[in-house]
Design a protein around this ligand. Structure first.
Ligand code: PMP
Length: 457
């Protein structure tokens, strides 16, 4: 790459800061009621938010209504929603079929704590997509990865797990390690050290969690060769540092190395789940894990997670060695929503159409980047996409850390002031739902072009 490009990135970064300063003032003017609501909430909730992911600068907008592909905040501003519940709403906001299913269930009760007929149906629907025979339900992605890892430990009779640096798998202790470590404590790029991502995670847990760079099979092999690692947990396509694709052959190598050292391969498909294709990333990429964790979009907006896998591993539960529990597991309300999503709404044809719609948005953003020769690239996977401010596509967390976050913030705040509600965290990506029209999807391409023009003016 020509040496001039970093300089261009730097000067664009300066211009981005100017845009951000102006847009922050506009944001305050447009979102006065959100600011008041946030100030009130801060007196009753730490940071004024129910999950720390919802805390962002300068203060979060407060949403009072959402439908189809859009939402409205307490100031009456309307947004095309590209965040879609951090990717949980592939079916859109309250799809009519989901609503019908949930309303139908309300006539019959919400919680039985004894099985309901839909338990088997939803498990079979997931089985058809993933090819795994046995499933259990949870209430979140966190629980799904937590339970899958426990099954892996039981099946292998090993304590340790290995995860990817920069990977997010929920908020249970063993994966709250090296989520976004500060580079001054994270060790060398090719041999990162495990760093607790929250106070309260014990040293013992950190000692049992190994960390490797994504897209580095040699590092994985070094981590597993002691034959004491129960599971390698990984998003097949990383979606918490933008979108980071596997290099050709990486996942195949991962599969082979895990098998060789008796480590179970756990795919975290909480985000890629049904958004990457009808059979998730597993179906799209063709590498089969031992266990898979799902959540987000399978619930159609209701809290639902699931994990499933090969019979020999899920039989840890059948044979009562692993105790998997939960009052709300498989509750009929979430099951009704999931049945509608999996059987009626996100059919193979609709999934494909939506992915094609996303591709048109991606191509439009790519055309803008290419026409101006910007040091940026747009990455897509399934119905998701994101713009990353780096010359080359990122391959791992260290590459992500080198991307230009000033530009990313300016782009986000510029977008929100123009009715494009992108994910708040700069680590996330957009999701085109089955309810986004072509026009709604393309709104972002137009706003992005406008941003780029300002950046270069
Ligand atoms: N795994 C991944 C890949 C995720 O992105 C998330 C949530 N962003 C989780 C697990 C945790 O899911 P939940 O928030 O439902 O606990």
């Amino acid at each position: 790459m020509p040496a001039a490009e970093p300089t261009l990135l730097q000067s664009l970064g300066e211009r981005a800061k100017e845009i951000s300063r102006r847009e922050l003032a506009t944001y305050s003017d447009r979102t006065a009621a959100s600011q008041v609501a946030n100030a009130r909430a801060r007196r009753a909730l730490p940071l004024g938010v129910p999950s720390s992911f919802q805390d962002y600068d300068p203060y979060p907008i407060v949403i009072e209504h959402a439908e189809e592909y859009w939402s409205r905040d307490v100031d009456g501003n309307r947004y095309v929603d590209y965040n879609m519940g951090f990717g949980a709403l592939f079916a859109g906001h309250l799809h009519p079929a989901v609503r019908r299913a949930v309303e139908g269930q309300l006539d019959h009760g919400t919680l039985f704590v004894t099985p309901c007929p839909a338990n088997a149906e939803v498990a079979e629907l997931l089985g058809a997509r993933y090819g795994f025979p046995l499933w259990r339900f949870t209430n979140s992605g966190t629980e799904a990865t937590m339970d899958a890892l426990r099954v892996a430990r039981a099946a292998t009779k090993r304590d340790k797990i290995v995860k990817v640096e920069g990977g997010y798998h929920g908020h249970h202790d063993e994966v709250m390690v090296s989520m976004k470590p500060s580079l001054d404590v994270a060790g060398p790029a090719h041999a990162p050290v495990a760093v607790a991502s929250s106070a309260g995670v014990t040293r013992g847990v950190v000692a049992d969690t190994g960390v490797v760079p994504y897209n580095d099979p040699e590092a994985l092999e070094r981590a597993l060769k002691g034959r004491d690692v129960a599971a390698f947990i990984v998003e097949p396509v990383m979606q918490n540092i933008g979108i980071c694709l596997p290099l050709p052959g990486y996942l195949e190598a991962v599969r082979e190395i895990c098998t060789r050292y008796g480590t179970l391969l756990v795919f975290d498909e909480v985000k890629t789940g049904i958004t990457a294709g009808w059979g998730g990333a597993t179906g799209t990429l063709g590498v089969v894990p031992d266990l898979v964790a799902l959540a987000k979009s399978i619930g159609g907006g209701l809290p639902l997670g699931a994990f499933g896998g090969k019979k020999e591993y899920m039989d840890e539960i059948t044979e009562r060695r692993v105790v998997h529990l939960g009052t709300y597991n498989g509750n009929p309300l979430c099951m009704a929503a999931a049945t509608a999503v999996l059987a009626e709404v996100c059919t193979p044809a609709v999934t494909q159409e939506t992915i094609a719609r996303n591709h048109r948005l991606v191509e439009a953003c790519r055309a803008t980047i290419d026409a101006r020769g910007l040091p940026a690239n747009v990455v897509e996977f399934g119905a998701k996409g994101c713009v990353t401010w780096s010359v080359e596509p990122i391959r791992n967390y260290r590459d992500y850390k080198a991307t230009d976050l000033d530009l990313a913030f300016a782009q986000w705040i510029h977008g929100i002031n123009r009715g494009a509600l992108l994910p708040t965290g700069l680590d996330e990506q957009w999701l085109i739902s089955v309810r986004h029209t072509d026009e709604a999807a393309m709104h972002y391409a137009n706003v992005f072009e406008e941003f780029v023009d300002e950046l270069l003016s």
